[in-house]
Ligand binder design. Structure first.
Ligand SMILES: Nc1ncnc2c1ncn2[C@@H]1O[C@H](COP(=O)(O)OP(=O)(O)OP(=O)(O)O)[C@@H](O)[C@H]1O
Ligand SMILES: [Mg+2]
Length: 275
C-alpha cells in the first residue's frame, strides 16, 4: 500500500510519521519550523476518484488556515501547497497533541489540567461550529495544546498574521500573557482534510456527526477518564461563541445540535447492533 522509496518532498526534511493516507515530514521552510504533509494514492481506490479525493483534501487543508484565522481559531499557517502532488507545507505548531496532554495529565493525577484541556477543546469546537464549519475528524490527535509563549520564539509562528492576532486576542481573554503550562491552555486545530463549510440545510446533522466522531474518539482514546469528554461538552454548550453568533448559528441552533447528537448516537448504536 505504501511506497518504500519515501524521498523527502523538500530537501532536509525527515520523516515524522507514516500513516495510512500520507506522510508527515519535519523540517524548516525559509528558516521556520515546518511540517510537510504528503497525501498519497491508495492502490485499492479507483485512480480518478483517488486523485479527486486527494485534491479535495489538500485544498480543504490549505483553506483552513484563513478560515480559522477569521474566527479566532488557531491553525497552522500554510507556506506552500501543491495540489497536484497532494503536498501541504505548513507552520509547525509548538506543543503536544491534546491526546498526549490529556493522557499525561491523567497519568500524573492532575484532574484540573485534564479538565482545563478538555474545556479548551469544547470552546474551540464551539467556535468552529458556531461559524458554520465542521472539521470532519475531531480526534484529540488533531488538536495541539500550544506551548506557553515566552519559552522560545517558535510559539509566535507568524507575527502580524491575521490568525495569530485573532488567536492571541482570544487567548488574552482566557490566559495571562505568557501564561505558564499550568495556566489556561491555548489550543490549535490541525488536519483539515475533511473539513467543510456546513450546508445550511444540513447544519445540525453535520455538527451532530462531527460531535459524534469526537465522542467516539474520546471514548476510545481516553477511556480511563470519561470526565474529559463531559467537560468538553459542557464547555461546548456554554461557549460564548454561540451568543456571539447570529442567525442559524445562534444558541437555538446549539440546542438543536445537541439534541441531534442524541439522534446520531442512537443511529450509531443501531448500526453496531445490526452490523
Ligand atoms: N502543523 C503541525 N504542527 C505540529 N504538529 C503537527 C502539525 N501537523 C501535523 N502534526 C503532527 O502530525 C500528526 C499527524 O498529522 P495530521 O493529523 O495532520 O495527519 P493524519 O493524516 O491525520 O495522520 P495520522 O494518520 O497519523 O492521523 C499530528 O497528530 C501531529 O502530532
Ligand atoms: Mg490526524
Amino acid at each position: 500500500m505504501t511506497t518504500p522509496d519515501a524521498a523527502p518532498p523538500l530537501p532536509g526534511f525527515s520523516l515524522g510519521a507514516q500513516g495510512a493516507e500520507g506522510r508527515i515530514w519535519y523540517g524548516e521552510y525559509l528558516g521556520r519550523p515546518a511540517v510537510a504533509k504528503e497525501r498519497f494514492s491508495k492502490a485499492y481506490r479507483h485512480r480518478k476518484l483517488d486523485e479527486m479525493l486527494t485534491k479535495q483534501r489538500t485544498v480543504a487543508e490549505a483553506r483552513a488556515f484563513h478560515r480559522m484565522g477569521d474566527i479566532g481559531v488557531r491553525a497552522p499557517k500554510v507556506y506552500l501547497t501543491d495540489v497536484a502532488s497532494g503536498l501541504v507545507v505548513m507552520e509547525r505548531l509548538p506543543g503536544v497533541t491534546a491526546r498526549q496532554a490529556i493522557i499525561e495529565a491523567h497519568a500524573a493525577g492532575d484532574a484540573t489540567r485534564v479538565e482545563a484541556v478538555a474545556r479548551a477543546i469544547g470552546d474551540m469546537v464551539a467556535r468552529v461550529h458556531a461559524a458554520g464549519f465542521v472539521h470532519g475528524d475531531l480526534t484529540t490527535s488533531n488538536m495541539i495544546v500550544l506551548a506557553p509563549e515566552g519559552g522560545g520564539e517558535a510559539a509566535g509562528g507568524g507575527s502580524g498574521a491575521a490568525a495569530a492576532a485573532a488567536g492571541e486576542a482570544a487567548a488574552a481573554a482566557e490566559a495571562p500573557p505568557g501564561g505558564s503550562a499550568s495556566g489556561a491552555p491555548r489550543l490549535a486545530l490541525i488536519d483539515f482534510g475533511l473539513s467543510q463549510r456546513a450546508k445550511a440545510s444540513q447544519l445540525l446533522e453535520e455538527r451532530g456527526v462531527d460531535l459524534y466522531v469526537m465522542e467516539r474518539a474520546f471514548t476510545s482514546t481516553h477511556a480511563t477518564c470519561p470526565e474529559a469528554f463531559d467537560a468538553t461538552m459542557e464547555a461546548y454548550a456554554g461557549s460564548g461563541a454561540w451568543s456571539a453568533a447570529k442567525g442559524p448559528a445562534s444558541a437555538q441552533s446549539r440546542d438543536g445540535t445537541l439534541s441531534h447528537l442524541q439522534r446520531v448516537r442512537a443511529r450509531g448504536r443501531k448500526r453496531m447492533a445490526f452490523g
